[in-house]
Write a protein that binds this ligand. Structure first.
Ligand code: XMP
Length: 519
């Protein structure tokens, strides 16, 4: 199948951090959409299948006319248009309205009030006709363009939601795509189904076919290598590529010795034995331990592991001839956390292990088929690719592995203890049917020993910390509220079965202020 045959929404991107979120919401509604940079509107040469256009938000000001390459001819195509934030201001200004710096900037939750009916707000407002919406703007529309009417206003802004029902042009100052907006999804739903009259035409199956076609087109006859970690993202990339290019793919799996219990065996069984994918297995346990000896600084650990990983990867990939591409399981939130999508600086919290690094040194081109997807979309895609459920629903695991779940020095003995403790925790989560309710859970080993008593004897052993969080995307998180019986069962099993641990604690901090991992 080709996406060219599908009716679609086009999202014109003006550089907002949320543009991909709009795309994701449209996909969630089961409708195909495409993103286009605002400078490329001229390149659209066929409007037949475009049933609606969304103009995104962005960091620009509508009066910076030199920077904005907006081809207003798309307003004449008789296609419904929804402008969001900057997009709302842009439609207004282009059609003769006025936009000015707002007297009162609005950031965060703002209450808006319904003024009139519109197909855009069917079922959107609560009974009291007021909703909280997420705003993020310093400019505002102060005069409507011809034929526009107000649908809703806030205390500070009279033109929060506007429409020109004849031409089906809509503008909203707030962001319906973020979850903070009450019923935000209903606005997009109304636009897509009621106003653009689109029908469902999109699923993970379509997504799989489209991504496979894109990979084939990008890679051609070249060979590709893929760093397979056994986690969800790299597993989905490996299987997707294997479906697309078969034996032109070689996966390289580095056993750092810092993986979860039995993980290496599972990767070999699934990818080499079951899927018959070319897999190079590098057992570098001892090397990693040696390089990490006497290192306790978290960033140093990350750097050592990252660099060694690159070195090994480079050494083994050189043995494969004619490789031109490196496949990576980068997801959309990885891009946001590592660098702002609009190009502005964000503060660096941790040196992430899997974004960048490899290709710079190896001069390979990147294949990143998942880079616009969110984790749950990747999981759905994985199921579509027939990956085993244990891999798909597995909690995220950081590239530096158990090294960053073991503050202080890393020793073989500690790694062994931690693997066992983590396994007990995870197996109990599974058997108590809690695993899928939790976004990420793990055991860590703290670098302090405390006194305990077992039988009639004094013990002096490590503390095991358990962490379990709920989250949507790993960017913020809450700790999971276990009942006492469960956490006591796990604590008993860990202390009774593992020599080296005599105390178990549970981490009750959210992110922020903590991060999910300890280092
Ligand atoms: P933090 O600790 O930053 O973790 O709150 C957020 C999510 O990212 C994972 N994480 C990593 N994943 N390479 C990865 O692939 C890394 O270096 C890395 N560091 C943290 C972490 O497990 C959590 O899911």
């Amino acid at each position: 199948m080709s996406q060219n045959n599908l009716s679609k929404i086009i999202i014109i991107d003006f550089g907002s951090q949320f543009t991909q979120l709009i795309a994701r919401r449209i996909r969630e509604l089961g409708v195909y959409c495409e993103l286009i940079n605002h400078k490329q509107i001229n390149k659209i040469n066929n409007f037949v299948k475009i049933k609606g256009i969304i103009l995104s938000g962005g960091p620009l000001n509508v009066y910076e006319t030199k920077k904005i390459k907006f081809n207003a001819s798309i307003l004449k195509k008789k296609i419904p248009i929804l402008g969001i934030c900057f997009g709302h201001q842009l439609i207004s200004k282009t059609l003769g309205g006025k936009v000015k710096k707002a007297k009162q900037r609005e950031f965060g939750l703002v209450r808006i009030k319904k003024v009139k009916n519109s197909p855009l707000i069917i079922n959107f407002f609560k009974k009291n006709l007021k909703n909280n919406v997420w705003m993020s703007h310093a400019d505002e529309v102060i005069k409507l363009a011809k034929n526009f009417k107000v649908i809703a206003k806030s205390e500070n802004a009279n033109f929060c939601m506007i429409e020109n029902s004849k031409d089906k042009f809509y503008g909203i100052q707030f962001h319906p795509e973020v979850t903070h907006t009450d019923n935000g999804k209903i606005i997009l739903q109304n636009f897509v189904y009621r106003i653009c009259r689109l029908k469902k035409n999109w699923s993970s199956k379509n997504q799989k076919m489209i991504l496979i076609n894109e990979v084939k087109k990008q890679v051609g006859n070249s060979k590709v290598i893929c760093a397979l970690s056994g986690g969800v993202d790299s597993s989905v990339v490996a299987k997707l590529l294997s479906n697309a290019i078969g034996k032109k793919l070689t996966c390289i799996f580095v056993n750092t010795g810092l993986l979860r219990k039995n993980e290496e065996q599972q990767v070999i069984n699934t990818f080499k034995k079951k899927f018959k994918i070319n897999l190079v297995y590098i057992n570098a346990k001892n090397l990693f331990l040696k390089k990490l000896k006497n290192v306790s600084d978290p960033e140093k650990k990350r750097k050592i592991i990252g660099n060694l990983f690159i070195k090994l990867f480079e050494r083994y990939s050189k043995k494969i001839k004619n490789v031109k591409f490196l496949a990576q399981g980068t997801l959309y939130p990885d891009l946001i956390e590592s660098k702002s999508v609009t190009g502005s600086q964000t503060s660096k919290i941790k040196s992430h292990h899997n974004v960048g690094g490899l290709p710079k040194i190896m001069k390979l081109k990147l294949v990143e088929p998942l880079k616009f997807l969110f984790k749950d979309e990747v999981r759905k895609l994985g199921l579509e690719l027939k990956l085993p459920k244990e891999i798909i629903s597995r909690h995220p695991f950081p590239g530096p592995g158990l090294a960053i779940r073991m503050p202080g020095y890393i020793t073989e003995e500690k790694v062994k203890i931690l693997k066992e403790a983590d396994n007990i925790f995870i197996q109990n989560l599974i058997s108590h049917k809690l695993y899928d309710k939790i976004w990420q859970a793990y055991a860590a080993l703290l670098p302090v020993k405390t006194v305990g008593v077992m039988g009639d004897n004094r013990t002096y052993e490590y503390i095991c910390l358990l962490r379990a969080i709920t989250s949507e995307d790993g960017m913020t998180a809450d700790f999971y509220n276990f009942n006492k019986d469960f956490i006591q069962t796990v604590s008993n099993k860990i202390v009774n079965n593992i020599r080296g641990i005599n105390r178990v604690v549970y981490d009750v901090t959210s992110k922020p202020p903590s991060t999910i991992e300890l280092e």
